[in-house]
Design a protein around this ligand. Structure first.
Ligand SMILES: Cc1ncc(COP(=O)(O)O)c(C=O)c1O
Length: 396
């Protein structure tokens, strides 16, 4: 029977042996085989990416992580999905599987801070050169591609400043030059955007965010096509990347309600934005919220939905008053991450040179403009609006 994604997410897996609606949490290091022949046959099947229900050793995962891999494989329409213990592990896995000394990697300037740091600082020590491009200017990317370019790494939208790029253009450019493409799709999730279908070789999501949805689990999902499968598998096996069975279980549980939660985050966000639009202290809302907003067209072209993460540009000659605004919010926690049930706020200081990973080359804003990133959770939006209204008074 043909099923919609929403229905699929409610019935992706169960425990047939114990008749439970949820899969068992299989914690395992040793996996037992009936004979050496069976073990050898099984390892060959894994190498050939055949359908399996257990691995040959716990370092590669267990039946619980395979359940999660299969769900994500279907959502991403992927050849294979590699699971990692944190989202960032998935980014590192992608880069280190593909790039070798002498290669160049081209990275969009708006990527998540540690992604910037690994591309520029860590891989430099392995003689891999990182070049950053302006996410608002495709020509800048085109000009920077060279014979040495091995990989183009994109985050769409950038999770602080929310630029949307023309994804097919990037894919076409890369395909002509045989360059591997990677998209950080944590914001869109495969429910709203499927990078592998657009033509990217690798589609990455930090499962810590909306997949898990409850701020209590960490993980990464790197979905790949057949072209890069062997290279990533080689590095994955030898680097010891893995997701635990407990974490995989929590992420499977989160995925069951992903569609419902995303819709509610979006609904709440539209209400909050409706309020914020009318506030004089807010100069700009970095979210594709109306046809005239920046990048609305590119969002519409590649995404079927939006969520609860966006930034606002606040105009104030006193940075301390913007900090006071964030500090005085009662319902918005101050902390990293997003995608959980709760609202969060952060002043993202893109000028602070001491926070290397946040500084940006191409994002232009004046001295009296400050970026506050908000994650709108599942609380009653009326309460969130009251909290924002009360705290915005502190902005001078
Ligand atoms: C866009 C994006 N990519 C990757 C990551 C890394 O994921 P994790 O925190 O699960 O390591 C984050 C974390 O905030 C993120 O926001």
């Amino acid at each position: 029977m043909k099923k919609s994604t929403s229905t699929f997410l409610k019935h992706p897996t169960k425990d047939i042996i114990n008749r439970s609606a949820n899969p068992p949490v299989t914690r395992a290091s040793t996996i037992l085989f009936n004979s050496m022949q069976e073990l050898n046959r099984h390892e060959k099947n894994i190498k050939a990416n055949k359908k399996i229900s257990y691995y040959s050793y716990g370092r590669y995962g267990s039946s619980t992580t395979i359940e999660l891999e299969n769900i994500l494989k279907k959502l991403e329409e992927a050849y294979h999905v590699f699971l990692t213990g944190t989202g960032f592990g998935g980014v590192a896995l992608a880069i280190l599987s593909i790039c070798r000394p002498g290669d160049e990697i081209i990275v969009s300037d708006n990527v998540y801070g540690p992604t910037k740091e690994i591309s520029e600082k860590l891989v430099k020590e392995f003689h891999i050169n990182a070049i950053f491009y302006d996410p608002d200017n495709f020509e800048d990317l085109r000009k920077k591609v060279s014979k040495k370019t091995k990989m183009i790494l994109v985050e769409n939208p950038g999770s602080n400043t929310f630029e949307f790029q023309d994804l097919s253009k990037i894919v076409n450019l890369a395909k002509r030059r045989n360059i591997i493409t990677f998209l950080d799709n944590t914001w869109g999730t495969p429910l709203y955007c499927q990078p592998l279908k657009i033509g990217f070789d690798m589609s990455f999501v930090s499962a810590t965010k909306y997949f898990s949805g409850h701020s209590d689990a960490m993980g990464g999902s790197l979905a790949v096509n057949k072209k890069v499968f062997k290279k990533v598998m080689f590095f994955y096996k030898l680097s010891g990347y893995r997701m635990s069975a407990d974490e995989a279980y929590l992420i499977i549980r989160g995925l069951r309600t992903l569609d419902v939660r995303l819709k509610k985050h979006y609904e709440n966000t539209k209400k909050i934005i409706h309020f914020l639009k009318k506030q004089k202290k807010i100069k700009e809302i970095l979210y594709p919220h109306k046809p005239s907003s920046k990048n609305y067209k590119l969002w519409k072209k590649y995404y079927t939905g939006a969520n609860g993460l966006f930034s606002v540009i606040i105009k104030s000659s006193k940075k301390s008053s913007v900090i006071k605004f964030v500090n005085s919010l009662e319902l918005f926690g101050i902390g990293y991450s997003w995608g959980g049930f709760e609202s969060l706020a952060l002043l993202q200081d893109l000028r602070d040179e001491t926070k290397y990973t946040q500084t940006r080359k191409y994002f232009r804003f004046s001295k009296d403009e400050h970026i506050v990133r908000l994650h709108i959770g599942l609380e009653d939006p009326k309460d969130l609006i009251n909290d924002l209204r009360r705290s915005l008074r502190y902005v001078k």
